[in-house]
Design a binder for this molecule. Structure first.
Ligand SMILES: *Cc1c(COP(=O)(O)O)cnc(C)c1O
Length: 379
């Protein structure tokens, strides 16, 4: 018997080797320019990325967590304001809300798509209202590469005067009714962490907005609150995208749609291999173009499934194993909108299969064969 090939769940290095010559050239010319912070590369990337998303402007920042914080500060969410978001997300989303001084209230998700459940958001808004709390915003997370239900969420936000902020860290290029996410909210946050759909080779992020005043505030806060060099008009921070990373991102951006297409093709092949009810494939909401940052299945025998796949060389992950309201840093301290049963069930049942654009047809076959073997074993 030949040794089983190991297929990692993600592989950011593969994205480097695919475009090695162009990336090395871009990096070398950024290094040789002698200008490393907020120069031509960042400006050019900001305008190229804004036009790709369909937003009026993009602001390059240091990472996705800062991007969420800067969205909130750019929208003038104030200390103590209530900000609704989900517990089933990267810790970064909630960490950023607290960094902005706001008070997160975590709402349950919809069981089919793992994104914010609009009905539960409405309940949460009503009960915070009754308590007389100051409600400011909702941070919508487009999880795993698909848009949350923006029609319903926007309607609720409009009715109650909430600012909509999008966390697009997993959804570069995803669409809702033919428009890219990141162009709906007052401001939106992107991460260029290496494994994201558009990844740098280090940390990076961006804020997109169609509002001049928000864009101006974000630009100021990302650089010490400067209104001009050395003169701060508001309290700021340091959160800048590097020239080096911007130069590399400019090489990768033109391939984003192609890469997302490859992710969708891989997803379609996985879904076709899953035939019976014991493993539930991801569902795409009507009106969404999914970009499969992750391909997430659910199973009541999740741990056994992962072990079985591992023996066949198939790496898996869990995004995320512990809901935020159950984590040591937050449990008992952070508010939830009632119980979050779907969030807790997802954490027990989900597994992410290998997903990155450079998976080969043979890799995908191996994953599909392993899934079929699991079902044939009567699991
Ligand atoms: C990755 C991620 C972030 C944080 O991005 P960083 O660049 O790692 O700070 C925020 N929200 C979500 C949903 C993410 O997946």
């Amino acid at each position: 018997m030949t040794a089983v090939r190991s297929i990692p769940q993600s592989n950011p290095g593969a994205g480097f080797f695919e475009h090695r010559a162009a990336l090395e050239q871009a990096a070398t010319s950024a290094l040789a320019s002698g200008w490393y912070i907020l120069g031509k590369q960042v400006s050019a990337f900001e305008s190229e990325f804004a036009s790709y998303i369909g937003a009026q402007q993009a602001v390059g920042v240091a990472n996705g967590t800062d991007a969420v914080e800067l969205c909130l500060r750019g929208c003038e969410v104030r200390p103590g304001d209530i900000v609704f978001t989900v517990s089933h997300t990267a810790v970064a989303t909630v960490a950023a809300v607290e960094r902005a001084g706001a008070v997160p209230v975590l709402v349950d998700i919809d069981s089919a798509t793992y994104t914010l459940d609009p009905a539960r958001l409405e309940d949460a808004v009503q009960s915070c209202r009754k308590r007389g709390q100051r409600l400011a915003a909702v941070v919508v997370v487009h999880l795993y590469g698909q848009a949350a239900d923006m029609d319903a969420i926007t309607a609720i936000a409009d009715r109650h005067g909430l600012t909509v902020i999008e966390d697009c860290a997993q959804a570069h290029g995803a669409m809702w009714r033919g428009r890219r996410v990141g162009s709906f909210g007052a401001a939106s946050a992107f991460s260029f962490y290496p494994t994201k759909n558009l990844g740098a080779f280090g940390d990076g992020g961006a804020v997109c907005t169609n509002d001049d005043a928000i864009g101006r505030r974000v630009r100021s806060v990302r650089e010490y609150g400067w209104q001009e060099r050395y003169i701060s008009s508001i309290a700021g921070m340091n959160s800048r995208l590097d020239e080096l990373h911007a130069a590399m991102l400019r090489v990768r951006l033109p391939y984003l749609d192609y890469d997302n297409g490859r992710r969708r093709d891989i997803a379609a092949r996985y879904t076709a291999a899953i035939s019976t009810g014991s493993v539930v494939p991801p569902q795409t909401r009507h009106g969404c173009t999914h970009v499969f940052h992750q391909y997430v299945v659910r199973s009541q025998r999740r741990d056994a499934l992962r072990e079985f796949l591992q023996t066949r060389g198939v790496g898996t992950g869990i995004h995320y194993p512990v809901p935020i309201h159950k984590q040591l840093a937050y449990e008992g301290r952070i508010a939830t909108a009632g119980d979050l049963p779907e969030t807790e069930r997802a954490a027990r049942e989900i597994a992410s299969l290998p997903m990155f654009p450079q998976l080969t047809p043979a890799d995908v076959d191996q994953v599909c064969d392993a899934l079929k073997a699991w079902e044939a074993a009567g699991a």
